[in-house]
Ligand binder design. Structure first.
Ligand code: PTR
Ligand code: PTR
Length: 288
């Protein structure tokens, strides 16, 4: 459709990247004061990556304060009635693992998407915040039990049971990890990335609670995934795809989403290829 021609032209001419480079990385009108408070600074993995105050996730029942480096990101798909809800967050630190699971519990989330490995090029990117297969991790008032772990290709799928010790409430959690995507970089294969995004979409079908998505900082790779899923949903709903508008909308909810122009180019190309090859196409009920 029209917007796909614009996308192809914009990629070919370089206009798409030029517009991306012009866009603010942080919305200048939004503050991130909570992240700078002395008691919260050690909860940030990176000093330069802070959540906006307005969209930050506020923990209600943590004995460790209400702060976590995480934002609600809601992406509306016009014409379809769909709003894809996310919590975009950093890879947990050893000191924030209990806060992370408290957040998952309070948000009602059943899906956690991980776009980093624990270590990249010898540097720690994320703490291992889950137990080994068949084991249980106890965190303050929560337990987490690992009930399944399946490796497929470069993805790992895990199942956990999250239990609130105080109330006895239990919830099944699906964990989906993409293992071959270095920070600041792009996936080596757009098809594999598109497949992973489709798997995320399938896993969240019918679920209104936010999917928790993280990488190391929770901005670069997390932003790429959110843009891809949004674009696939727009195509299915027969709506135009304007990627810069999507990035702006994301950056109004979490700063710096999509780290650099090569990530932006990669995801725009992946959207275009998925559309051109018919992998993503309008669903019959949305064709007008
Ligand atoms: N029946 C729709 C219409 O013309 O309103 C089909 C359509 C939908 C056409 C979206 C184009 C659309 O946008 P784009 O061409 O930018 O994908
Ligand atoms: N200060 C760090 C840096 O620029 O390297 C912050 C940072 C780290 C930013 C990782 C983005 C990163 O990538 P991702 O959000 O994909 O984990």
């Amino acid at each position: 459709a029209q917007s796909m021609l614009l996308l192809a032209d914009g990629l070919a001419s370089g206009a798409l990247i030029a517009q991306y480079e012009q866009l603010y990385r942080k919305n200048p009108e939004l503050t991130s004061l909570e992240s700078k408070k002395p008691e919260n600074q050690s909860k940030n993995r990176y000093r330069d990556i802070s959540p906006y105050d307005v969209t930050r996730v506020i923990l209600m029942g943590s004995s460790n304060g209400d702060y976590i480096n995480a934002n609600y990101v809601n992406m509306e798909i016009p014409g379809s009635g769909i709003i894809n809800r996310y919590i975009a967050t950093q890879g947990p630190l050893s000191s924030t693992v209990a806060d992370f699971w408290q957040m998952v519990l309070e948000a009602g989330s059943t899906l956690v998407v991980m776009l980093t490995t624990l270590v990249e090029r010898g540097r720690a990117k994320c703490h291992q915040y889950w137990p080994a297969y068949n084991e249980t991790l106890t965190l303050r008032n929560l337990t987490l039990t690992s009930t399944a772990e399946n490796v497929e290709d470069t993805f790992i799928f895990r199942e956990f049971i999250l239990r609130d010790i105080n109330t006895g409430e239990e919830r099944d959690i699906t964990h989906m990890q993409y293992c071959s995507w270095p920070d600041h970089g792009v996936p080596s294969d757009w098809r594999q990335f598109t497949t992973f995004t489709e798997r995320v979409r399938a896993a969240r079908t019918g679920i209104v609670e936010p999917a928790v998505v993280h990488c190391s900082a929770g901005i670069g790779r997390t932003g790429v995934l959110v843009l891809m899923e949004t674009a696939l949903c727009l195509i299915e709903a027969n709506q135009p795809v304007y990627p810069l508008d999507i990035v702006r909308s994301m950056r109004d909810q979490r700063a710096m989403m999509i780290q650099n122009a090569s990530q932006y180019r990669f995801v725009c190309e992946a959207v275009h290829k998925a559309y051109s090859e018919g992998i993503a196409k309008p669903l019959p009920e949305f064709s007008r």
